[in-house]
Write a protein that binds this ligand. Structure first.
Ligand code: NAD
Length: 480
């Protein structure tokens, strides 16, 4: 992404390094007093988060709408409120089993003994969230960190000041500052924040900033989970259902006006199907968004700078020979931050639109004749957060899934894999490191402590010096 938060004016005063350290110290002291919260305590925290989301729902929806200058209410209710609540229910259902120490095999050589893994909380976790789905991307990692028994310091984005203020108010009402504390402020605060000696740091944001975050965390040997962005490719296979693909791509690319880390970034379409695909997209788009101006189902671009960035991507592509088709079914003259889905044909790797993460409603459509070339083109680029393949032929799907690398994937759909609570979510390479969601989310925020325990009977005495004959015999037997 070319626009960095440092270029955007922030309404938030910066938070002092001393204040941040104070918050961390208070949480660390509280953690030492309760290093292994019971399941009941963890569920109480999750319940408080659940109740807070319900109680603050309207304020949160209004705040997010104000930041975007128009955010689909349906999208906010579904992605920002319902998803985290469903996830809390999922966590509560599984917590007992996940918290239970796990028996491992001892092996006859070490017997009699027991080997168990204890899942202990890490301590104080730092979470940094972005602006594009501001509530979900703050409370989703928060709920996993709490389920695993940690204390949490949360740094919210300065680009959504209304949402950040509303989330802060909600969490300050629901939690003591030594359980969960919220930090707002601009890039300087963010830099100070990630340089704190957390026990774990989860960062969601751009790849460039992710590099800086990892560098800062390395100073403290703080482990990181990086949830980053990138260009997620979509392949329409030779035997795809074109109507179905067009409808689902239209939805995946239009949700949040394409400002999703998971949005299909560009589409490969068989050369002889491009016109049919474009026509189907136009039809589905016109049905979902018959008009844009004031349409309550349509989301705006977050701010002028991002709109300017997207316009610049289009101008650059056009100046280098791309053909552009704007899908504007109502033929409206649109306000600056309403941006229709725009198809971009005849693109090449020299164009910025094929080099940067788009993060908006521009959709390059690349015609292809040979699927092998598509796979090798994708593999030449940095590894994406997601890959979408549409095809009815299982062999084609298998081939694409096996021969490409991506954080996650959908078959005959886009973006929805993030909604499956029971699957880990994360990137690979430039799109991220580590994962959360599902049991993997609990593990990300836990320390798997291996515990060996020996009863009174001690077979190890055999190998205590002085060396005995039976040991020679045993070694001879085992080292054959
Ligand atoms: P960003 O990287 O600019 O900012 C993210 C957060 O980092 C903000 O809270 C910001 O205050 C903070 N930050 C900024 N500069 C920092 C620095 N130098 N050190 C430490 N922290 C700093 O990202 P953004 O523009 O808010 O979000 C968009 C990006 O996030 C896109 O690339 C998108 O793909 C990615 N994203 C990824 C996921 C995912 O789950 N993988 C989800 C949403 C968004």
């Amino acid at each position: 992404m070319s626009v960095r938060p440092s270029e955007v004016t922030t309404a938030h005063p910066e938070t002092d390094r001393g204040d941040l350290q104070g918050l961390l110290d208070a949480q660390r002291r509280a953690f030492r007093r309760q290093p292994m919260p019971s399941r009941k305590d963890r569920i109480d925290r999750l319940d408080r988060l659940h109740r807070a989301l319900v109680a603050h729902k309207e304020k949160l929806i209004k705040a997010i709408d104000a930041d975007f200058g128009g955010r689909s209410r349906l999208e906010t209710e579904f992605a920002e409120i319902l998803m985290p609540i469903q996830n809390i229910r999922y966590l509560k259902r599984h917590l007992r089993r996940w918290m239970k120490p796990e028996r491992r095999h001892v092996g006859w050589l070490m017997a009699p003994a027991s080997a168990r893994i204890y899942y202990n909380p890490l301590g104080v976790v730092g979470i940094v969230s972005p602006w594009n789905v501001p509530l979900f991307l703050a409370v989703q990692p928060l709920s996993y960190a709490l389920a695993a028994g940690n204390r949490v310091l949360l740094k919210l984005s300065e680009i959504t000041p209304h949402a950040s203020a509303a989330i802060r108010l909600m969490l300050e009402e629901a939690f003591a500052a030594d359980e969960v504390a919220v930090v707002t402020g601009g890039v300087e605060t963010a830099r100070q924040f990630v340089s704190l000696p957390f026990d774990h740091l989860l960062f969601t944001g751009s790849t460039d900033v992710g590099r800086e975050v990892m560098r800062a965390a390395a100073e403290n040997l703080t482990p990181v989970t990086l949830e980053l962005g990138g260009k997620s490719p979509t392949i329409i296979g030779p035997d795809a259902d074109l109507e179905l693909a067009a409808e689902r791509i239209c939805f995946g690319k239009s949700m949040n006006a394409g400002q999703l880390c998971l949005a299909p970034d560009y589409v490969y379409c068989p050369k002889n199907q491009v016109d049919r695909f474009a026509a189907a997209l136009r039809r589905h788009c016109a049905r979902m968004y018959p008009y844009l101006d004031g349409n309550p189902d349509h989301t705006c671009i977050i701010n002028d700078r991002h709109k300017i960035r997207l316009d610049a991507l289009l101008s650059d592509a056009m100046s280098k020979g791309a053909r552009v088709e704007v899908i504007n079914p109502g033929n409206e003259l649109l306000d600056d931050r309403r941006m229709p889905l725009t198809l971009v044909f005849e693109v090449n790797d020299e164009m910025e639109i094929m080099r940067q993460e788009i993060f908006g409603p521009l959709l390059p459509v690349l015609a292809y004749e040979d699927l092998e070339r598509v796979i090798s083109d994708i593999n030449r680029r940095p590894r994406p957060l997601a890959l979408y393949i549409f095809d009815r032929d299982r062999k084609t799907v298998k081939r694409v899934l096996e021969q490409t690398q991506s954080g996650g994937a959908c078959v005959n759909d886009t973006i929805f894999h993030i909604g499956i609570h029971d699957m880990p979510f994360g990137g690979i390479g430039n799109s991220g490191m580590g994962a959360y969601h599902g049991r993997e989310g609990f593990l990300t925020f836990s320390h798997a402590k291996s515990v060996f325990s020996r009863p009174w009977l001690n077979s190890a005495r055999l190998v205590y010096p002085p060396r005995r004959r039976i040991v020679d015999w045993l070694l001879k037997l085992l080292l054959r």
